[in-house]
Design a protein around this ligand. Structure first.
Ligand code: SF4
Length: 225
């Protein structure tokens, strides 16, 4: 049965959802075994994130841009930091937030920064949706959509937080808690994604795919030594 509310010491990082959906082993290596290795794909991404954290609030007419906002959801047991949350001023007859000292109503929209060219990635959409669900819980407001900004092509992919995506996000958060609670790193399942995975060198996907292969991998290492 799903837990109703998590305590702060049970929180897991929102960003782990993207790892989990990419590959469960990657999620465990990164967040259970604390392995990390930048490759050309993630290093560029880190730079984008550093840039996204540079300022706290920017004002552009009817838009307020907040960078590095802390997020959390007691219900999902997740915490993290939003690259960007845009607050758009909306018509007074809409449903939005009141912001202290500012006239009108405001609609929050999370924006996640990613490297590379515009593309669809389930893990990124779930990560963004989790950010929106955190904001909804924190601010008591509905957030219908967000965006993923791709640095290479400088383009935004708009994401609608439909029921299907919300359900997928809840399922992923529950699975993440289950995986981290088990303290078991799943076996490697090598596939096309392993080529681009920054943990490829640490995971050794082909050698670790089965016990027999692990044996031969170890024998190979010992023979080489
Ligand atoms: S190298 Fe492949 S199997 Fe290993 S963590 Fe990355 S995606 Fe998963």
């Amino acid at each position: 049965m799903n837990q109703l509310v998590f305590s702060e010491d049970e929180f897991l990082p929102i960003s782990a959802l993207a790892d989990l959906l990419y590959c469960e082993r990657r999620g465990a290596l990164h967040h259970l075994e604390f392995m990390w290795e930048d490759n050309v794909f993630t290093a560029d991404g880190s730079l984008l994130h550093e840039h996204a954290d540079e300022y706290e609030v920017e004002v552009r007419g009817d838009l307020r841009i907040v960078r590095g906002l802390r997020l959390r959801s007691l219900r999902l047991g997740l915490t993290g930091k939003a690259d960007v949350v845009e607050f758009h001023r909306i018509p007074e007859d809409g449903t939005g937030l009141l912001l202290e000292g500012l006239p009108g109503l405001w609609q929050p929209t999370p924006v996640e920064y990613k490297r590379g060219a515009l593309r669809k990635e389930d893990g990124y959409e779930v990560q963004l949706c989790a950010q929106a669900m955190c904001l909804e819980e924190m601010l008591n407001v509905d957030i219908p959509k967000g965006a993923i900004y791709y640095g290479k092509t400088r383009r935004r992919l708009e994401i609608t937080f439909c029921d299907t995506l919300r359900q997928k996000t809840e399922t992923a958060a529950a699975r993440l808690h289950q995986l981290m609670g088990s303290h078991i790193t799943p076996k490697a399942t090598p596939g096309p994604r392993s080529q681009r995975c920054s943990l490829n060198g640490l995971c050794v996907p082909r050698a670790m795919a089965s016990h027999s292969r692990v044996d031969s991998y170890l024998k190979h290492l010992l023979n080489e030594a």
